[in-house]
Design a protein around this ligand. Structure first.
Ligand code: PMP
Length: 445
């Protein structure tokens, strides 16, 4: 690291975070409960958060930041939203979990069914990982086929069959991206490039044992990459032609890019939809749903087994319901579109003023500025384009922004989330910080 880089990486006042991290590392693997939180991709230790309100979080040392992590998407209304907290507290007073049915589950189910066009019947689970895993089980049961198609760079949680890394070329048999995942399981997963219909058509033509295609309709786990024109409709057509189940993983996009999710934006309906994040209003909650004849195959109505001790948890149902009510009533999505567009344009202008090549991927309030100071410059349409980004530039930028009171997701490949609490002043403050940060990093790149 040269001296200028060193000055960029110099620590903000974070003695208490450092101490907390040291303690956490003794009792939690890497000091965290989810790997990205360890900040490995941005060359520093994490800050520990003590509280959040609206668009802001405060760390243990009392530093306040504008937050674009938003718990990786759920907090579309911001931290500790008054109405959400009130609903959670009121539910908690009546009991935190029963393992017996409550009306709160039906209430949120009705909201989801009303909002998401492809869902007639829904099942609540606790995490996005569970939702996608269960949707795939149902797809396999419904088709009596085994294999699934997954797109390179899309993330669908960490169940064995979905934890497969990018292979090269066209159809690649899945290679586990973690020890402990048997190849016999990932061999059932075909990996194809995102946004490439020809590859899907070819794969389906070669293999008649494909149960389902699972896709993030807007990729949000390799930065933010929108589907190309006609891509989702093309997937729909191919699935219809061959009796393959189309699963939209809307864990990130559901209630985020539009009230009805990406399927509303692009007017393409999947057979099964996975939801998570916003649907639980910041509490552990996810869901999968679809047409009645498919969903009624789930136990106890049908033979396909899936269960959960804490599924449909009353606190999560209450937080989700009030969050959806607020989103459905006001002009939240129009406001989010304006502020997110302003942020994106501001970032691009800041970059061009600093002489940095940058492409800002965005759909609604999902944003990702790709630093293109390396080999590839141009539109980002797939994993290869995304991974050609300059991760060193992002790391420097992240640290500069942190020092200026803006906390970003700590990787070039994570999406930023704008919420309703990010008002115009906060967005402008972010743009100003980005302009200064980009000038500074341009000097060392
Ligand atoms: N699918 C998508 C599209 C996601 O973004 C994520 C998490 N970021 C998941 C599934 C997994 O959700 P969870 O972390 O709740 O298991």
């Amino acid at each position: 690291m040269n001296p200028i880089e060193q000055s960029i990486f110099q620590a903000i006042s974070c003695a208490r975070s450092a101490q907390a991290f040291a303690e956490a590392r003794r009792v939690l693997p890497g000091g965290v409960n989810s790997p990205v939180r360890a900040y490995r991709a941005v060359g520093r230790d994490p800050v520990f958060i003590s509280e959040g309100k609206g668009a802001f979080v405060t760390d243990l040392d009392g530093n306040e930041y504008v937050d674009y992590v938003a718990s990786y998407g759920p907090l579309i209304l911001g931290h500790a939203h008054d109405a959400v907290i009130e609903a959670i507290v009121s539910a908690a007073h009546r009991g935190t979990s029963f393992g017996m049915p409550t009306e709160a589950e039906t209430t949120l189910a009705k909201r989801v069914i009303q909002a998401v066009a492809s869902i007639d019947v829904v099942r609540f689970v606790n995490s996005g990982t569970e939702a996608t895993m269960s949707a795939i089980r149902l797809a396999r049961a419904a088709t009596s086929k085994s294999k699934i198609i997954k797109f390179i760079g899309c993330y669908h949680g960490h169940s064995d069959g979905l934890l497969v890394q990018a292979g090269s070329g066209a159809t690649t048999l899945g290679i586990p991206s973690s020890p402990g995942v048997p190849e016999s399981i990932t061999a059932q997963t075909l990996l194809l490039p995102f946004n490439d219909l020809d590859a899907v058509s070819a794969a389906l033509g070669q293999d008649d044992d494909i149960a389902a295609i699972i896709v993030e309709p807007i990729a949000g786990n390799m930065g933010c990459i929108p589907p190309l024109d006609g891509y989702l409709r093309g997937l729909r057509r191919l699935c219809d032609d061959l009796g393959v189940i189309l699963i939209f993983d809307e864990v990130m996009t559901g209630f985020r890019v539009a009230y009805g999710g990406a399927q509303t934006l692009y007017t393409v309906l999947p057979d099964l939809t996975c939801l998570g994040k916003v649907v639980g209003g910041g509490l552990p909650c996810a869901a999968y749903g679809g047409r009645e004849e498919l969903m009624m195959q789930m136990a106890p109505q049908g033979p396909v087994y899936q269960a959960g001790t804490l599924s449909g948890n009353p606190l999560a149902m209450a937080a989700g319901t009030v969050t959806l009510d607020i989103l459905s009533e006001g002009d939240a999505y129009a406001t989010l579109e304006l502020s997110s567009a302003r942020l994106c344009q501001g970032l691009e202008k800041a970059a061009s003023n600093a002489g940095l090549a940058l492409q800002c991927g965005r759909v609604g309030s999902m944003i990702c500025p790709f630093f293109q100071t390396g080999s590839y410059q141009g539109p980002v349409e797939n994993y290869d384009h995304a991974t050609a980004s300059d991760t060193k530039a992002f790391g420097l930028f992240f640290n500069e922004m942190l020092h200026r009171g803006i906390i970003l997701p700590p990787s070039q490949f994570e999406t930023w989330f704008v919420g309703t609490a990010h008002d115009k002043d906060i967005i402008d403050q972010t743009i100003e910080a980005a302009a200064e940060s980009m000038k500074k990093i341009a000097a060392v790149l």
